[in-house]
Design a protein around this ligand. Structure first.
Ligand SMILES: Nc1ncnc2c1ncn2[C@@H]1O[C@H](COP(=O)(O)OP(=O)(O)OP(=O)(O)O)[C@@H](O)[C@H]1O
Ligand SMILES: [Mg+2]
Length: 340
């Protein structure tokens, strides 16, 4: 057993933040369960402009016309093509797109693991080709899709300390951080990582990345393969980190998770950006959704379909959450039955 009671409690009932493996499961979970919030009663969180739109906020990650081809690729085929984007301090960005769109490759360019074959990628304004690996690792933490590729130590405590040791953090400071994470996450410090569940290992991998206190966190499909509660736990942690100031870039195939958590969505297809902006704007962009072979979150899709009906069209045009749907239906005379 990895977690104490504190963690079980922390996952329950985050308004507007219920991730899951697939959009359909996600919606189903939103409907049922004792500890699940009634999302029809919770308004959307502030959906103000993305940080990227604010003048004067420094870019922590930037691609300037960056392209990349893997060695040995047929005809030197580029999987990232002429990519230009900036991620600014404090943002929570989701990168979405179909399989092979170039999301993971882009994330590895952004954390400096791969270097662009053309153009530039900058971390805090410095080209990644000029930064040492240890420096990059300290600034940009990366949670890989499969925690087992990350976990390499025999106990939870050693795993948490590992990245601190390799990045040269003072041993006393490292011990302080490890103890704090053990306490905060409710870990059993002496547990063997490989005996933990998939979700527990994912949480351990996340905590190990956080231990280095990076200013930017890149997460490659952090909720993939997790059950609902594990997803909620991971995403609640990520949301909290972002609230405390960590810049988050999250790759996900789950549009509900992207919509519920990110403040900006970048949709990719064939190594290029096809849409970049506020989640609702991107998900309502039919051409971009088609180009990226994506289906928007269920409530947005429903609202788009209802908006096509001439008789009720405009009323549903801006509905994006269950709460807003209930408001519009209520105004039209439908009444919500109280669930006892
Ligand atoms: N190490 C590699 N060597 C050669 N080609 C690769 C390598 N890694 C990825 N590719 C190819 O690069 C393209 C982009 O892959 P990438 O992993 O970036 O896509 P993705 O958007 O993350 O996809 P997924 O959603 O499946 O994870 C794909 O065609 C993939 O086959
Ligand atoms: Mg990938």
């Amino acid at each position: 057993m990895l977690f104490g009671k504190k963690n079980q409690k922390a996952v329950a009932g985050e308004p507007n933040s219920a991730p899951s493996k697939t959009a359909r499961e996600h919606a189903a979970r939103k409907r049922g369960g004792d500890s699940i919030v009634d999302v029809t009663a919770v308004p959307r969180e502030d959906a103000s402009e993305p940080v990227s739109a604010r003048v004067g906020v420094p870019a922590v990650l930037e691609c300037r016309g960056a392209s990349f081809a893997y060695d040995g690729a047929a005809d030197g085929a580029q999987v990232v093509r002429d990519l230009s984007l900036a991620v600014r301090k404090g943002e929570f960005v989701a990168i979405v797109g179909s399989n092979g769109a170039g999301k993971t490759t882009t994330s590895k360019l952004l954390n400096g693991l791969l270097k662009p074959s053309a153009g530039e990628v900058l971390v805090d304004g410095v080209p990644t080709v000029q930064l040492r690996t240890s420096e990059l690792a300290r600034r940009v933490g990366m949670l890989f899709q499969n925690p087992d590729r990350q976990i390499c130590q025999n106990t939870v405590a050693d795993e948490l300390a590992f990245s601190l040791r390799v990045t040269g953090v003072d041993p006393d400071e490292a011990a302080r951080r490890v103890n704090a994470l053990v306490d905060e996450f409710g870990f059993d410090a002496q547990a063997a990582p490989y005996l933990l569940s998939r979700g527990e290992r994912q949480m351990l991998a996340l905590a190990s990345v956080i231990a280095a206190e990076p200013e930017v966190l890149i997460l490659d499909e952090p909720t993939c393969g997790l059950d609902y509660r594990e997803c909620m736990d991971v995403m609640a942690r990520v949301k909290e980190l972002n609230k405390r100031g960590t810049t988050v870039v999250m790759i996900t195939h789950d549009m509900e998770v992207a919509f519920d958590f990110a403040r900006r969505v970048i949709a990719m297809a064939d190594g290029r950006v096809v849409a970049d902006g506020a989640p609702e704007t991107v998900f309502r962009n039919a051409a971009a959704m088609e180009a990226a072979s994506l289906v928007p979150p269920q409530m947005i899709e429903l609202s788009l379909r209802l908006a096509r009906e001439p008789e009720n069209g405009r009323a549903f045009a801006h509905v994006a959450t269950a709460y807003e749907m209930v408001q519009v239906l209520g105004a039209a005379g439908f009444r919500k039955r109280k669930v006892s």
